[in-house]
Design a protein around this ligand. Structure first.
Ligand code: PLP
Length: 463
């Protein structure tokens, strides 16, 4: 063993090899030196742990090749484009909405140059970044005023801070939602400095419950869209009109967190009703909050729309500055909102809406095209099966969207192993596992991605 240890090369001698010199060119001396040190330490450990009869020899060539491969992997960005074959259209882990070409162009040009982000061109004075989208949001929702922030979670927190701090916020136990990433409504209310007054029960909250809790301390009646679950069966909750009237009587404000929210009615596309922002405001809600990158189909953003006096208060609160939107999201959001304005047809231009409204025959023919691109393999069976896709990201819960999937099975690989291999492909491909099969759902997959998927499956190692 001692002998073997003595024959391990010095760091310096490996650094002088030709391959090391090439690696230093690409990754820098420091990273290459660290990688060599690590590999030598591991080799030393292996020698000491090896059985005495083990005759494995240290190979400088193999070690340097392994180091090259490690450095290659480590230098690859962990943030890369992926293929969403999960069947969940708005998938938070996969970046939610694909953007429309118009939004991508807008982001690209604003990113590349200086812009009029906070410039009033008329006066030459400082302007407001909110001005670029406020009128559009108002036009599309009927709101008097609007402000856009970093995301919907930030939007709710800002509303609560600006309108509810040190006072009571009344909310139903049936609407104490937790959205992903441990954002829980009761905690957010407490964080804002408001006092949470919980009323009602999980399944039933009556107007009387609200009326009984209102006092001169009440600032907000808060409604939250139970976006990622549905309380069904023996349920009851007052209408927005009733809550609005109660709020008015007591000088309180009715705020509704819509989460996703939509700007157009999606019923014509067979999608059950997600609250339309305009209808919610028409029903008497004073302020609504909703996401830019859920069913709206734009970049990450949180939109706050409603009564002007309240929006003005929100705009001037320090929290609004802390969660302000960046210029790239703002430009992408503006371009996306424009696609909702006539004569544009949002369902034809905005990828999220295209994907949701695509006829099943078209999804099926995409699945068939994928099969056509695949090599026949003895060891992997691929079968076309009907599937159920979902909108995802807490929108349209319980809404099944008919879809088609490629079901992959293999005698040699478990579904988990197949899933992992495709997840680690050059372009990661994400499917879902059902009953020991890996399903690649075609609804959210683009036609242009089919070849990449087929190539990755064809390249899976045999056995
Ligand atoms: C998704 C969601 C949010 C948070 O929206 P983000 O844009 O992800 O911050 C808040 N409330 C509800 C009800 C939601 O569904």
């Amino acid at each position: 063993m001692q002998d073997k240890l003595r024959h391990l090369p010095q760091v310096q001698s490996l650094l002088e090899t030709e391959l090391a010199e090439q690696l230093i060119e690409r990754f820098g001396r420091e990273d290459v030196t660290d990688a060599i040190r690590e590999k030598l330490a591991a080799a030393r450990f292996d020698i000491m742990a090896a059985a005495p009869e083990d005759t494995a020899q240290f190979s400088a060539g193999e070690t340097m090749s392994a180091i090259a491969a490690d450095l290659e992997v480590a230098s690859k960005s962990t943030l890369q484009t992926a293929i969403n074959a999960t069947g969940v259209i708005i998938h938070t882990n996969l970046g939610r909405a694909r953007l429309a070409p118009e939004a991508i162009d807008a982001i690209q040009s604003i990113a590349a140059d200086y812009s009029t982000l906070e410039l009033d061109q008329e006066t030459g004075k400082r302007g407001s970044r909110h001005a670029h989208v406020e009128a559009l949001v108002c036009k599309l929702t009927g709101a008097e005023a609007a402000i856009v922030v970093n995301n919907c979670a930030g939007a709710i927190l800002t509303c609560l801070c600006a309108l509810g701090a040190n006072r009571d916020v009344i909310a139903s136990r049936g609407e104490m939602v937790e959205i992903g990433g441990s954002f829980r409504m009761p905690d957010v209310i407490t964080q804002s400095g408001a006092r949470l007054v919980e009323i009602g029960t999980t399944n039933k909250t009556h107007l009387n419950d609200y009326a009984g809790a209102v006092s001169d301390q009440t600032a907000i009646l808060l409604k939250s869209h139970t976006s990622n679950y549905a309380v069904v069966g023996f349920t009851s909750t007052p209408t927005r009109q009733e809550l609005s009237a109660l709020a008015k009587q007591h000088d309180a404000v009715l705020v509704e967190d819509l989460g996703s929210g939509v700007l157009i009615d999606l019923k014509p596309f067979g999608l059950s009703k997600e609250p339309v922002v305009r209808e919610v405001l028409d029903a008497g809600v004073d302020v609504v909050t909703f996401s830019g990158d859920k069913l709206l189909g734009g970049p990450q953003a949180g939109i706050i729309a409603g009564k002007k006096a309240l929006i003005d208060k929100i705009k001037s609160h320090p929290m609004a500055r802390a969660v302000r939107i960046d210029k790239l999201s703002l430009s992408g959001l503006r371009a996306t909102l424009e696609l909702y304005c006539a004569p544009n047809r949002p369902t034809e231009r905005i990828p999220v809406l295209q994907t949701l409204s695509e006829p099943i025959e078209s999804v099926q023919s995409r699945a068939e095209s994928l099969v056509g691109l695949m090599a026949a393999r003895e060891d992997i069976q691929a079968e076309l099966v009907p599937s159920i896709a979902r909108a995802g990201a807490g929108s349209l819960p319980n809404q099944d969207l008919p879809s088609y999937a490629l079901a992959l099975t293999s005698a040699a690989h478990s579904a988990d192993q197949l899933a992992k291999a495709l997840r680690l492909a050059t372009t990661p491909i994400l499917g879902r596992i059902t009953k020991d099969q890996l399903l690649l759902d075609m609804r959210a997959v683009a036609w242009e991605e089919l070849k990449t998927i087929a190539d990755a499956i064809n390249a899976l190692p045999a056995q």
